[in-house]
Design a binder for this molecule. Structure first.
Ligand SMILES: Nc1ncnc2c1ncn2[C@@H]1O[C@H](COP(=O)(O)OP(=O)(O)OP(=O)(O)O)[C@@H](O)[C@H]1O
Length: 345
């Protein structure tokens, strides 16, 4: 297998803003990349170009040394050794589970014992051995999605493409299926590209997350790295919880701001230093603590979440902040908060 690389990839469907705009990205061999972004940002179009269902209008796609698409060449989907899993499962209702899973092998001319063995193995890997003779209509949503995964596994693809595969499932089932996807990734060793607009799903599943907005790639990295050091307002507001404050900051100050610099920035001064600029600073709720030495804030909402209260606070200048409290806090109460850490976006 080999790494998948997208080089200056673009796609326009006509006049207006391109659906995908000069996107470059490398997905390492055996990696699990989540493509995350708001509706209409171009995620599915990227996936469809990788699969070969759309031809790029610019740039190239390579799998190792092999060019899958560029301005001169185009390898059709069936010759790319990729498999795609859709939100809608796309199972054939008139076939049994085993027939659905074995169908891609049948198309490739593999029959007899070899086919039965591969189908059995694929069904075992998604824990559906006992459902081989059922029809899709007699399965739950999660089981149908597992059949779709088994059908994809049976062909031993180099790359598996998943387009919001959990969007039709309820929250409980989604969590269970997330584990199935991780296991599927471990077992198959395939490179996986997973499209979603759900940031917690992307963070929980993938080894790398790529964030798109308006056809462009904004940031790519490990989930922990993007959470800790997001680049810019869009990524900062898309990943994890937090509030973005506009604060007067020296441009030369570090991007990770401590309480000392934040408390200075939060205290109004009559004549700000001429070098100071207004910057967007992301504050995570877990970095905000109620403390007597802190700055004053008013509790706007307090939501009991079981193990803690989630607070929405306003600062004296009207800016909003999020915090957690282990003890109950009254709405309307004036509290003092200390912000242990902030990240300049
Ligand atoms: N076949 C097409 N013809 C014309 N425009 C298209 C076509 N496919 C997609 N687009 C446009 O390209 C843009 C990106 O669409 P795309 O489906 O890739 O977004 P997405 O991020 O996957 O969104 P969603 O999460 O809603 O599925 C949208 O503005 C969409 O209207």
């Amino acid at each position: 297998m080999a790494q998948l690389s997208l080089n200056h990839l673009s796609k326009s469907f006509g006049a207006g803003r391109p659906a995908v705009n000069d996107l470059s990205l490398t997905i390492r061999d055996g990696g699990f990349l989540a493509l995350l972004g708001p509706s209409g940002c171009g995620k599915t179009t990227v996936l469809r170009m990788i699969a070969g269902f759309e031809q790029p209008t610019g740039g190239s796609i390579r799998l190792g040394e092999r060019v899958l698409a560029d301005e001169k060449s185009f390898i059709p989907p069936e010759a790319r050794n990729m498999a795609m899993v859709f939100q809608s499962y796309a199972l054939w209702p008139h076939m049994t589970v085993a027939e659905n899973v074995g169908y891609p092998l049948k198309v490739r001319g593999i029959g007899g014992d070899a086919r039965s063995r591969k189908v059995r193995e694929a069904l075992a890997s998604v824990r559906l051995e006992d459902y081989a003779d059922r029809r899709p209509a007699a399965l739950s949503g999660g089981q149908r999605q597992r059949v779709a995964l088994a059908r994809c596994l049976v062909t031993e693809p180099d790359v598996v493409l998943l387009d919001e595969p959990l969007a039709n499932l309820d929250r409980h089932l989604r969590q269970e299926m997330e584990e199935t996807f991780r296991e599927f990734h471990r077992r198959s060793g395939a490179t996986m590209v997973y499209v979603t607009h759900d940031q917690s799903e992307a963070m929980a599943l993938a080894t790398d997350v790529a964030i798109m907005s308006e056809g462009k790639l904004l940031q790519v990295g490990a989930p922990e790295a993007i959470y800790a050091e997001p680049e810019g307002r869009v990524v900062g507001s898309l990943i994890g919880q937090g509030a973005i404050l506009s604060l007067p900051i020296f441009p030369s100050s570090p991007r990770r701001l401590d309480w000392l610099s934040l408390s200075h920035a939060l205290r109004p001064v009559m004549q700000p230093h001429p070098d100071v600029r207004t910057a967007d600073v992301l504050i995570r709720p877990q970095d905000v603590e109620l403390a007597p030495e802190g700055i004053q804030a008013k509790v706007e909402t307090s939501l009991y979440e079981g193990e803690r209260y989630a607070l929405r606070l306003t600062l004296s200048d009207g800016q909003m902040l999020r915090a957690f409290s282990r003890l109950p806090v009254r709405v309307g109460e004036l509290v003092r908060v200390r912000i242990g850490s902030g990240w300049r976006l």
